[in-house]
Design a binder for this molecule. Structure first.
Ligand code: HEM
Length: 507
């Protein structure tokens, strides 16, 4: 009995000691947060919702109302100026629309992607997701090695060779639209172009035929689930601790696992083909296998690393282009004058030809402007961020080092000071004779970490749009909203539902 009560007294003392320790740690952390506030509060910014979580509550409210988080960033940029600050725990996030700082930071290799974002994309709720693939890699050496290996799969010579696949897959969409037109039904254009871009990336990058316009597949849903999970994982630190979210979190983990398992299978099949001496394409999959090093010394981490890049290309190489296409169709349907002009260009350059050539693409200058303007108003990947270790002066405001800096092309592209009547869709802003936007328009980011697939994406988009314009009339089904759905990337909320008819050619 005496032993028991001695033990009890020891345990309660230990518990008390632990509580005191925890209390001191909490006090210390509070003091640290206060110190950070004092250090950065001279930078203008909206009032904090709470001492601990900073501005999180406002952002969560925006998400709950299904609004666009970047619209809140735009509102703050209009209110607080070129540079403003928000807080989250002890982290400081600085937003800037200052073109010179955008240039200085994004064009330089010395500012790495930020750790906060990296960690939230590396794993999704404990399941490895993008890991240290090309989009997320922070270490310059590790990133540079991957990028050099990947570059040949995006050279203009290699891309020229992809015109056949772009044409062939876009042709499948045209067949589908012909069925829609004949049956006088409605087409959800976002869903359809999503199938095309996924078909293209699967074929071009991994040598696999998915034929999504004919066959159903779990991939579109898995990608959507991962992106949604990614958004919550980044924007809501408490998301995974709330039991009501656990079913969804399991779906996200399952979706990540599906993509990675698919990657493992396709990589295995490709390696087997290589071992057997079969001729394999020099595509993205071959390059991914090269990034992992020699077969004899392949470690588990090397295998995971290949899957990181598999998932990276599967996701980065598809969704943003599909969303751009859907927004573009939406805007053309809303602007008959622009539609007529771009259609005339397609008729002049492509005429009745079925296959669009690489040279044709170069002549579709106005279509190029339309696609650029689409990404100005609707940048499907709205921004990027960097970690700034050293002190910096932005627009006359001193900012001590140790902060995350966010650059949003969505915000600057929608500011009157950079683009007159920013919400007016006007492709002539990108006329070759118009002044070039100065570091306030960067839908593919800028500098060394800019989009590797930019040319790929715009070639693909042009082929799809040119064929669509060549063959069909499309009208938006009335009653749709023109709202944007923010899932980290941006997409049209309505899905751009259209009625389609075969084009009547004028003599
Ligand atoms: C309209 C379509 C696209 C848009 C708007 C877009 C936009 C972007 C943006 C903004 C970034 C920088 C991301 C960041 O800093 O966090 C990026 C990076 C990247 N994108 Fe794209 N992208 C598109 C299509 C593609 C396609 C089709 C591919 C591949 C086939 C691709 C592959 C990549 C890769 C690999 C990176 C990482 C580059 C690096 O850090 O070295 N993207 N993209």
């Amino acid at each position: 009995m005496a032993v028991f009560s001695a033990l009890l007294s020891w345990a309660s003392q230990a518990f008390l000691f632990l509580l005191v320790l925890l209390f001191i740690a909490l006090l210390g952390y509070c003091a640290y947060i206060k110190y950070i506030h004092l250090k950065y509060d001279h930078i203008p910014g909206p009032p904090r919702d709470s001492f601990f979580l900073g501005h999180t509550a406002t952002l969560l409210r925006v998400m709950k109302d299904e609004k666009v988080v970047n619209d809140k960033f735009l509102e703050w940029a209009e209110t607080y100026g070129t540079v403003y600050r928000i807080n989250f725990l002890h982290s400081i996030i600085v937003f800037t629309t200052c073109p010179d700082t955008t240039k200085e930071v994004l064009m330089s290799p010395k500012y790495s992607k930020d750790k906060f974002l990296h960690d939230r994309l590396f794993n999704l709720f404990g399941q490895r997701f993008l890991g240290d693939g090309l989009v997320t890699a922070r270490d310059h050496g590790q990133w540079y090695k991957q990028r050099r290996i990947m570059d040949p799969a995006f050279s203009s010579l290699y891309l020229r060779g992809l015109m056949g696949t772009f044409n062939e897959r876009a042709e499948k969409l045209m067949e589908k639209l012909s069925e829609v037109a004949d049956s006088k039904t409605e087409a959800n254009m976002l869903q359809l172009v999503n199938c095309v871009t996924l078909d293209v990336i699967a074929k071009v990058a991994f040598g696999v035929d998915l034929n999504l316009l004919q066959q159903s597949s779990p991939f579109p849903k898995a990608i959507e689930t991962c992106l949604k999970g990614m958004m919550y994982n980044i924007r809501d630190a408490m998301f995974q601790y709330k039991p009501k979210n656990w079913t969804f979190i399991n779906e996200v983990r399952e979706a990540c696992r599906l993509l990675r398992k698919t990657g493992a299978l396709w990589i295995h099949e490709r390696k087997t083909a290589m071992h057997n001496g079969d001729e394999v394409p020099k595509d993205i999959l071959t390059q991914i296998i090269k990034t992992a090093g020699k077969e004899e010394s392949m470690t588990k981490e090397d295998e995971e690393f290949m899957l990181d890049n598999f998932v990276t290309f599967f996701i980065a190489g598809q969704e943003t282009t599909a969303n751009q296409l859907a927004f573009c169709i939406q805007e053309l349907a809303r602007h008959p004058d622009i539609l007529e002009k771009v259609r005339k260009e397609v008729d002049d350059v492509v005429g009745m030809k079925q296959d669009i050539s690489y040279d044709d693409l170069g002549k579709l200058g106005y279509l190029n402007q339309v696609l650029k303007e689409t990404l100005r108003v609707y940048p499907t990947a709205p921004g990027t961020s960097r970690e700034i270790v050293e002190d910096m002066i932005i627009d006359g405001i001193y900012i001590p080092g140790g902060f995350i800096c966010i650059f949003s092309t969505y915000v600057s592209s929608r500011m009157e000071k950079f683009f007159k009547d920013p919400l007016t869709f006007d492709p002539d802003r990108f006329h070759p004779d118009a002044p070039k936007p100065y570091y306030c328009y960067y839908p593919f980011a800028l500098g060394p970490r800019s989009c590797l697939g930019q040319n790929f994406a715009q070639m693909e988009a042009k082929v799809v749009m040119a064929k669509l314009l060549q063959r069909y009339d499309f009208t938006l089904v009335p009653g749709q909203s023109f709202d944007i759905l923010d899932t980290g990337t941006l997409r049209p909320k309505s899905g751009v539902v259209c009625t389609i008819s075969h084009r009547k050619y004028k003599n």
